[in-house]
Design a protein around this ligand. Structure first.
Ligand code: GLA
Length: 382
């Protein structure tokens, strides 16, 4: 049941909101937002799918459930459109078997060792949902909540504003945390994500996005031939369970050096005793830029389709995950069976386990402060 929102009303609301924030010249917002029912969450809330389209025909479909990007349609070098993210055609798949496909991850993206951390002398205990460690915010992370959604046309393009208040103690984390995520599909074929959060008690925050990309189109096979550049000369070394040791290691001469663009598959199973724990890529790269500065993190090109993805962010680290745990047991959109390395994730974030690593940039958020992070997935062709 598709239902076109009153775009004229949205457009003027968007103008007004943007102008109140201070505008001098305002471009005409272009694109559309439609919405459709997508089922019901386990706690009985309506799940809605918002379809953001820009004037180029690019499309981002985002759910109020988990802020999940269910579809992302981008052109190839001949203008042919394809859905470049893995996922499911219906909500049921997301509720029962999704390895975080397209999800908004929080409160703490990636791992916290042994499911605990200390802050101001107090120890907090979290659910251990990845062997003994906590992964992606615990058992019911931000990816499994229904967010309040408000579609809006902005000067940059169609946007969806999602908000969620995570109560004090949820999944063991201290503080009531008010979170806002704004997704915008720009006229330049970028999906821009802006996160803010505020707390009423000292806490830790590390939000990220977990789309599984395949630039050839979801269901088109593996991504081993896609070529990756990462703006990084160091990774955080890991021990068992992909938990950082606290050390940084130079990537020079290792399969982790992507400063020269290299096919994902070229060295993916090469041994590397220092940086690697298990086959495949699932590591945090330390981005070569000043802390907090917005910049290019990675660039992926698909020689076959010509699609290019640039990842920009102000975050200090990038988890590049090569879909190592996809094993053919998940059937996704249009009946596609997802096998090992059929997609990659590029998750800009703080380093894993930062709350237990005094040497890493801090993820602490205190009352009165505002957490900000921006991630831009910018598509193009060559
Ligand atoms: C992240 C982690 C991986 C894996 C996936 C989800 O990328 O780093 O180890 O847990 O999420 O399967």
């Amino acid at each position: 049941m598709k239902n076109i929102i009153n775009i004229i009303a949205l457009t003027s609301a968007g103008f007004l909101a943007a102008c109140l924030a201070g505008c001098s010249t305002m471009n005409t917002p272009k694109g559309t937002i439609t919405q459709s029912d997508f089922g019901q969450s386990p706690d009985g809330k309506p799940v809605v799918l918002f379809t953001l389209r820009n004037e180029n025909g690019a499309e981002a479909d985002i759910m109020n459930y988990g802020g999940i990007v269910q579809k992302l349609i981008m052109p190839d070098r001949n203008g042919k459109m394809a859905d470049v993210v893995l996922g499911f055609d219906n909500l049921q798949g997301y509720l029962t078997k999704s390895p975080y496909f397209g999800a908004l991850i929080g409160r703490y993206g990636n791992r916290i060792s042994n499911g605990q951390f200390a802050l101001n002398g107090q120890t907090y205990t979290l659910p251990q949902n990845d062997t003994v460690n906590t992964l992606h915010g615990g058992i019911k992370g931000f990816d499994k909540h229904v967010w309040t959604a408000r579609p809006i046309m902005t000067s940059e393009g169609p946007s969806l504003i999602l908000t969620y208040v995570s109560p004090d103690g949820e999944e063991g984390f201290p503080g009531n945390l008010e979170v806002t995520a704004v997704y915008t599909l720009t006229e330049h074929n970028a999906l821009k994500l802006e996160f803010t959060a505020r707390t009423d008690k000292p806490t830790v925050v590390n939000l990220t996005h977990h789309s599984y990309f395949n630039l050839g189109g979801q269901g088109s096979g593996d991504i081993l031939g896609e070529i990756v550049y990462i703006n990084s000369s160091q990774t955080t070394t890991v021990r068992k369970g992909l938990i950082p040791t606290g050390d940084l290691a130079d990537v020079t001469g290792t399969p982790f050096d992507f400063r020269k663009p290299t096919a994902i598959g070229a060295r993916i199973n090469d041994p590397d005793p220092v940086l690697r724990f298990g086959p495949g890529y699932d590591h945090n790269w330390v981005i070569d830029k000043p802390l907090g500065k917005f910049g290019l993190m990675a660039r992926v090109t698909d020689p076959k389709s010509g699609r290019v993805l640039e990842v920009w962010s102000d975050q200090p680290g990038l988890q590049f995950y090569a879909g190592n745990f996809l094993d053919g047991t998940i059937t996704g959109k249009s009946g596609a069976v997802y096998k090992i390395h059929d997609a990659f994730c590029m998750e800009p974030q703080h380093y894993p386990d930062s709350p237990n690593q005094p040497g890493f940039p801090s993820t602490e958020l205190d009352p009165g402060q505002t957490y900000h992070s921006t991630i831009v997935y910018k598509f193009g062709t060559e």
